[in-house]
Design a protein around this ligand. Sequence first.
Ligand code: NI
Length: 259
Amino acid sequence: MKDTYIINTHSHANMLKETNIDDAMANAYNNKIVTIVPASSGEDIFEVDKFINKYPDTYGYLGVFPEEVKTFTDKTLSDMEGIIKQNKKIVGIGEVGLDYYWDKTYKELQKEIFIKQIDFANQMNLPLNIHSREAHFDTLEILKKYNKNSVAILHCFSGSLEFAKECIRENIFIALGGVVTFKNAVKAKEVAQNIPLEYLLLETDDPYLAPVPFRGKENQPMYVKYVAEEIARLRGITTDEVARVTTENAERIFNFYAE
Ligand code: NI
């Protein structure tokens, strides 16, 4: 592979346990990988703010994700706004969304907090990095109804090709990670093969879901290379082409150079 940068659009590098975090970030940097780290709770937004300032080519999203909706308080949005104003490395709102696999009893609360954060992203004019698990229909309906001006990205996309096409019709981007390298991941491979490259983004979602040949081990930001390689293989193009186009896509979405 040549010298093209890869943008890893979703990496919880701050949550690595078995891997030394400084080493993992150096590995990513030395391999020309730009890493974006999402926040997950009302407290985690402060952690992400600090974490991304420690490393070069590392950016962040602020948001409260479905499992942590109870940490969303009256002051969460003003806390986020305060951070966004002083840290130019915050490039989006995430991860936010719906997870009905995790818990169906908080469905209404999840929706309410998701909508509040969509409105907030719209006000801040920032893209949305979205977690959607077993909630595809509601996620799309809510985005259609409430999202006015933010680019939306479905992270760790787990839907069918049909659903991916429906999202793309709504100008929603599809981010694929390590799952696409799994032998039995028929749906993810089909999506990787068939959606327009212009709507594709790469990610790892580390420390989870390490790609082959590291499946089952702890994932890390640099492994996004294996995701790019597998997508290139599936599409019959070079890894460099996958890197180049997905990086162009990310650079259109995120303002990396505001610092
Ligand atoms: Ni995540």
